[in-house]
Design a protein around this ligand. Structure first.
Ligand SMILES: O=C(O)[C@H](O)[C@@H](O)[C@H](O)[C@H](O)COP(=O)(O)O
Length: 253
């Protein structure tokens, strides 16, 4: 556990992906209640990939009616530099599978500007708009002056990447920027923008949601190897890190 331990790391291993989906809905709804009670809002950062499908129970009873959706704001951990209508778009994935099913106000959704076709411009623009949200006090700053989100929901790839921070790519070492870009992502499509580790680790809560046997080796590397060098081992939030695993993903532990 040492390799990925933040101030506090928890590991929840459940039998099936469906059990993980149910536990994730309960965890997210609990945090929503807690943060809204404490500070009147809830800022949530989404990944692409299978995560959106694993969030499916949040769009159903009892959560659909009980969660205070109007207090949520939505951000993306990473986004592909493609039109929002493209099947490769993380915005489209989240819109189709989650955002179209719950009443989060459109003004609270910070999506990529897909008129910026150059990844560096798209990253600069997203970072500038994050700065506006900090200026408007929607997002606080961490002690290191990075934007602090309440909850980040992360997936992990079989190569141990999180967000678009890949092994053998330099973006994982960024220490200054809030949002950076990559032109040669090993996972297609190649051009993307991504939050950096200082922003990820400024979060109050991070859930690593990892299901399926194809992730077992990466899980074993990150959670079972001291000093793992995979990007996922660099996830060490200021707050609590909770790993949600199904048994196939946890089978190497
Ligand atoms: O845009 C992306 O590609 C994702 O944000 C990416 O970081 C994803 O979370 C992981 O690749 C895990 O993907 P799976 O959940 O599909 O394994």
């Amino acid at each position: 556990m040492a390799a990925c331990s933040g101030k506090k790391t928890e590991k929840i291993i459940l039998k099936t992906e469906d059990d993980v989906a149910k536990a994730l809905a309960e965890y997210t709804a609990d945090l929503s209640r807690r943060f809204i009670k404490e500070k009147g809002s809830f800022t949530v950062v989404l990944s692409g990939g299978t995560l959106i499908d694993t969030m499916r129970y949040l769009t159903e009873s009892p959560y659909k009616e009980s969660v205070e959706w109007s207090k949520w704001s939505i951000f993306w951990l990473d986004e592909r530099v493609v039109p929002k209508t493209s099947d490769d778009s993380n915005y489209k994935l989240a819109m189709d599978g989650f955002l179209s099913k719950v009443p989060i106000p459109e003004a609270n959704i910070l999506a990529i500007d897909d008129t910026k076709s150059k990844p560096s411009d798209a990253a600069d623009d997203y970072e500038a708009r994050l700065k506006d949200w900090v200026d408007k006090k929607i997002l606080p700053l961490s002690s290191d002056n990075f934007p602090k989100h309440d909850l980040m929901l992360l997936g992990m790839g079989p190569d141990g990447h999180v967000a678009s921070l890949f092994p053998n790519r330099t973006q994982q070492f960024e220490t200054q920027r809030w949002v950076t870009f990559i032109l040669d992502s090993p996972k297609p499509p190649p051009p993307r923008i991504t939050y950096t580790f200082p922003v990820i680790n400024a979060a109050s809560e991070i859930a690593m949601v990892v299901t399926g046997a194809e992730l077992a080796d990466a899980v074993k590397n990150v959670l079972g190897t001291p000093n793992s060098t995979l990007p996922a081992a660099k996830v060490r939030p200021e707050g609590l890190l909770t790993w949600f695993l199904d048994q196939p993903a946890a089978s190497g532990l």
